[in-house]
Write a new protein. Structure first.
Length: 77
């Protein structure tokens, strides 16, 4: 996700010791927070998609369990 063009200043409350260590190690705190937030958003999207599509996935898996894979006879392995 590239949000570099549309940035929004945000205030965060972070543990003081963690911020001090990050600064001592020259970690870009804004970038680190952004990367972590991107990972959390992606995980939440995946979880939401799976929940919203659970019935269809289960139905498809049940059909394959009962009938086998449609092109199984064409497999070369």
């Amino acid at each position: 996700m590239n949000l570099a063009l549309a940035r929004k200043p945000t205030n965060l409350s972070l543990p003081a010791e963690l911020v001090a260590e990050a600064r001592a190690l020259e970690v870009n705190i804004s970038r680190a927070c952004e990367e972590g937030l991107e990972r959390q958003v992606a995980a939440a999207r995946r979880a939401r998609w799976l929940a919203e599509n659970r019935a269809a996935l289960d139905s498809s898996n049940d059909w394959a369990d009962a009938n086998g894979l449609p092109l199984a006879a064409q497999r070369l392995f």
